[in-house]
Every structure is written in structure tokens, then in C-alpha cells.
Design a protein around this ligand. Structure first.
Ligand code: FAD
Length: 367
């Protein structure tokens, strides 16, 4: 079987490993020109099901490296108010345990053994179904590829999904988010509230403004495994109603985004504004917040969706785990020996149940 995978984020490389371990051909097509072409070095928690999928489907050495370079274990999730007076730890369900990693490091580890089958700078343009039940994909570099199955792991704004399910119900929320990171220098450590150094801290304002803070403290430096060295950092996300960020938000340059994030918290505890002000302009990302509704299942086709492409959800620390879990679920159906379209159908019904339960959970968690 030859599987064409669009998107070399988290789910795509995991799926490629799983299929190749079972003797199938998998090719990855990634729009970015390189693994580190954009600022993507943020800390990410992969929940229990996602961690289990990584352990099961990655080559053992890659999984060991992912674990060794993950974040030092520490505290859980706490919340506080803008004055940082009282911190409350939230009790989490058991399936939250998983691994917390630097996303770029994990992708580097997963992609290092896939160099020969990964094509960077080859974005998805469109696909067509062929008479012999196979599929041809047209890529933005002008090339085409043919396979038995096309899998979309191209994230929340999936181009494959737009063609497959043009009416897919996505809702863009009226809040926007600026993600960034601050190097964990001695000064930044002094400014960082303890629960954010050890775990994840949500600072909740009364007017829709929110700040997420969490330190990535590498257990072992990725350089120990022949990867580019990485230093500890504090990841943050400043959320505000869209009218606070104003029109033109997505066109802002890095310095302006950094200033906007800091001034948005101007009336909060001064340490928070200072921490944001020390942010690294190379890692600023403006984002919208989306959620989605379960679509109806059409007749099975040799095209399917995985991860954020299948079920965009609001940020609540579970979508990455769900994406990797989906990849493992699809792999297990594809290698089961069932006819291809039957395997795709079984995967899709399980994935939709699991994925949209997670969408509902993420909306509740976000509230
Ligand atoms: C700053 C930040 C922090 C986050 N923290 C967490 C967290 O702690 N826990 C959590 O669960 N989730 C978190 N998330 C969300 C998480 O990153 C996603 O849910 C997860 O990465 C989804 O994985 P995926 O493989 O489905 O898609 P992605 O990881 O988004 O990968 C999609 C890939 O497809 C590529 N692509 C897009 N379009 C095309 C195209 N047309 N052609 C080819 N390639 C294309 C993209 O470049 C990308 O490489 C965070 C997100 C951000 C931005």
C-alpha cells in the first residue's frame, strides 16, 4: 500500500513511521520549506492517549529520545487572577498524564529517519480520484504523486478538508491569541510565578483577557542526541477579545505583536508585562481560535482526515494528543488486513466519536 500524507506536523510523521514499520510505503508532503522554516518551537503537552500512541508507533530509539528531551516533570495546572494573589491547583482527569515536549524537537526526532520520504516545499493544491480507486495529488511545486490513500494531517485549516468536505462546520471564536516565548534567563526565572516554572499556569482576567504560562525545562539537551541545541524557555499565550487586538492583527510584525501582547496586560501584575516584554521576537505567532462540529460521514473514499484537520478545537491542551492518537488509530486499521475502504470507514467512525468527544471536552476545559 502506498499512502500519501499531507502535512509533516505531529500526526503525519507518526503515521508515516507506523506504516513503514509494517512494510507500507508512506510519503510526506510538507508546505514549509524546512522543519524549522517558521517559529514552531513551542512547548506542547501530549496527553496520555497521544503519549501511548507515540510509544507504540515510533521506532524505539526515537521514542526514547522524545522522552529524554521532554520537559522535566513538575507541578500540574493552576489558575490565578491578574494580581497573582491566590493560586488554585486544578484536579485533572487521569488521562491528562502524557509527555510535555518542545514541538520542534519532537518533529526533528520524528522526521530524522524519514528524510528520504519527506518532501518539504511541496504544499497540497488539490487531489483527484482515479478510475482504479487510487488518488492523485497535485502539489504547489508543480509535481504530482499517486497512491492508494491520501491522508490529510495538514492541521486546522486543512486544504484537503476544504476539497473533501466543503461544508465542514468550523466556527471562528471572537477571541484571538498571541503565542510567544521568553528565554528562561535568571531574570525571567525571578519574574515567573512558581506554578508556571513547575507546570502550567492560567491567569484569568474578568474581561476575557487570559494568559497561559508554562516553562519548558529540557530533561536533556537535544544536542546530546545530535540535534540543534535548545535552551529552556517560558511559553506564553495572551488571549483577548478580537476588538482588543483590532483589525490588521494577522498582518502585524513580530515587534508589534510583542508590544501588543505586553500592553494588553498593562494593568495586570507588573511581573507579567515584564515577562512578555522579554519575549523572543523570533517566536511570535498570531492565532485565531476555532472549534468545529461533527460532520456526516459520506461514502468511504481513499481520502481521509487525521488530527486538527479532522476536528479543530479550542486550545485546552488535548488536541496534540488526539492528533497523534488518530494517527495510531488509522495505522492500526490500515495494517489490520481489512480491505482499504473498509479500514478507512472503521477508522473514521471511531475517530469521529473520539475526536468530537475531545472537541466537547476542550470547549468545557476552555470555559
Ligand atoms: C503555541 C501553541 C501551543 C500549543 N500547545 C498545545 C498543548 O500544550 N497541547 C495540545 O494538545 N495542543 C497544543 N497546541 C495545538 C497543537 O499544536 C495541535 O493540536 C497539533 O499540532 C495538531 O497536530 P496535527 O499533526 O494535526 O497538525 P499540525 O501539527 O498543525 O501540523 C500540520 C502540518 O501541515 C502543514 N501544512 C499545512 N497546510 C499544508 C498544505 N497545504 N500542504 C502541505 N502541508 C501543509 C503545516 O505546515 C504543518 O507542518 C498548541 C498550539 C500552539 C500554536
Amino acid at each position: 500500500m502506498r499512502v500519501l500524507i499531507i502535512g509533516a506536523g505531529l500526526a503525519g510523521p507518526c503515521l508515516a513511521h507506523a506504516l513503514r514499520r509494517h512494510g507500507h510505503d508512506a510519503e510526506l508532503f510538507e508546505r514549509d520549506t524546512a522543519v524549522d522554516a517558521r517559529a514552531q518551537g513551542y512547548r506542547i503537552h501530549i496527553n496520555g492517549d497521544g503519549g501511548t500512541a507515540l510509544r507504540k508507533w515510533l521506532p524505539p530509539e526515537a521514542y526514547e529520545q522524545a522522552l529524554a528531551t521532554s520537559c522535566k516533570p513538575g507541578g500540574g495546572v493552576s489558575v490565578t487572577g491578574p494580581d497573582l494573589r491566590k493560586f488554585t491547583e486544578i484536579e485533572l482527569p487521569p488521562d491528562v498524564a502524557g509527555i510535555t515536549v518542545d514541538r520542534l524537537t519532537l518533529r526533528r526526532i520524528m522526521l530524522r529517519d524519514l528524510t528520504e520520504v519527506t518532501r518539504f516545499g511541496a504544499g497540497f493544491f488539490r487531489y483527484e480520484l482515479l478510475d482504479d480507486q487510487t488518488v492523485r495529488v497535485f502539489l504547489t511545486d508543480g509535481s504530482t504523486a499517486e497512491g492508494d490513500l491520501l491522508v490529510a494531517t495538514d492541521g486546522a485549516n486543512s486544504g484537503v478538508r476544504r476539497q473533501l468536505l466543503p461544508d465542514f462546520p468550523v466556527t471562528v471564536q471572537d477571541t484571538q491569541l498571541i503565542y510567544g516565548r521568553t528565554p528562561l534567563t535568571a531574570q525571567a526565572r525571578r519574574l515567573t510565578p512558581a506554578p508556571a516554572l513547575e507546570g502550567f499556569l492560567g491567569v484569568l482576567g474578568p474581561d476575557g483577557r487570559r494568559l497561559a504560562l508554562a516553562a519548558q525545562r529540557f530533561r536533556q539537551n537535544p544536542a546530546d542526541f545530535g540535534l540543534p541545541a535548545a535552551d529552556d524557555y517560558l511559553m506564553w499565550g495572551v488571549t483577548a477579545p478580537a476588538d482588543v487586538y483590532g483589525p490588521g492583527f494577522f498582518e502585524l510584525g513580530a515587534e508589534d505583536l510583542l508590544k501588543l501582547a505586553a500592553t494588553t496586560l498593562a494593568d495586570w501584575d507588573p511581573s507579567l508585562r515584564a515577562l512578555i516584554g522579554l519575549g523572543d521576537p523570533d517566536y511570535l505567532v498570531p492565532a485565531s481560535i476555532q472549534t468545529s462540529e461533527r460532520p456526516k460521514l459520506g461514502p468511504p473514499r481513499p481520502v481521509t482526515l487525521v488530527g486538527d484537520a479532522a476536528h479543530p478545537m479550542v486550545p485546552a491542551g488535548i488536541s496534540a494528543g488526539v492528533a497523534v492518537h488518530d494517527a495510531g488509530l488509522l495505522a492500526s486499521h490500515l495494517v489490520s488486513g481489512a480491505p482499504l475502504l473498509e479500514a478507512v470507514r472503521s477508522y473514521e467512525s471511531e475517530m469521529l466519536d473520539y475526536g468530537f468527544a475531545a472537541v466537547a471536552r476542550s470547549s468545557r476545559g476552555y470555559q
